[in-house]
Write a protein of this length. Structure first.
Length: 164
């Protein structure tokens, strides 16, 4: 498989999970988007914010492209909390914008390239040694969160997202 075909396949898998997340959140009522259904206390909009900041922006913008963490919100687990008064559409637009920026970054880096800003502890284990393993990690993360949203959606309104 060529590098271009491999990147296309990886991005297809990632984009499938991203669309799943967006579809589940958009299908919820405004109240349900901001309601925690599980004991851990996260909300569907909070999960979208987490995916925006901790997955799309951190892994692709910071780790792969070497960008700054100056966007990171203050406070414990702040990436999971939507500031009061933030419209739902703004949270979803930020996710879509981060996705577009991530895709541009991924199209400009070889799959074998080392990340420009790895965490120091990765050197000892060889974790996240290249763009490919980082994309795979984000596919897993996004897919896991999509599955969590499936459970939350079914608890909230009975809706089910059937993947064929």
């Amino acid at each position: 498989m060529s590098a271009g075909a491999e990147l296309a396949a990886l991005l297809h898998a990632l984009d499938t999970a991203r669309r799943h997340v967006i579809a589940q959140v958009e299908a919820l009522s405004e109240v349900d988007r901001r309601t925690a259904r599980l004991p851990s206390g996260w909300t569907p909009l909070g999960l979208v914010r987490h995916l925006t900041l901790s997955d799309e922006r951190y892994w692709f913008e910071v780790v792969i492209a070497g960008g700054s963490l100056d966007y990171w919100p203050e406070g414990e687990d702040a990436d999971w909390h939507v500031p009061v008064g933030t419209p739902d559409a703004e949270v979803l637009a930020a996710y879509r914008s981060a996705i577009a920026a991530s895709d541009a970054i991924l199209h400009s880096h070889d799959l074998e390239a080392a990340p420009l800003r790895p965490e120091p502890e990765w050197a000892a284990t060889g974790a996240f040694a290249d763009v490919r393993t980082i994309i795979l990690h984000v596919i897993i993360e996004t897919s896991a969160h999509a599955g969590q949203l499936d459970a939350v959606r079914e608890l909230a309104d009975g809706g089910q997202y059937i993947v064929v």
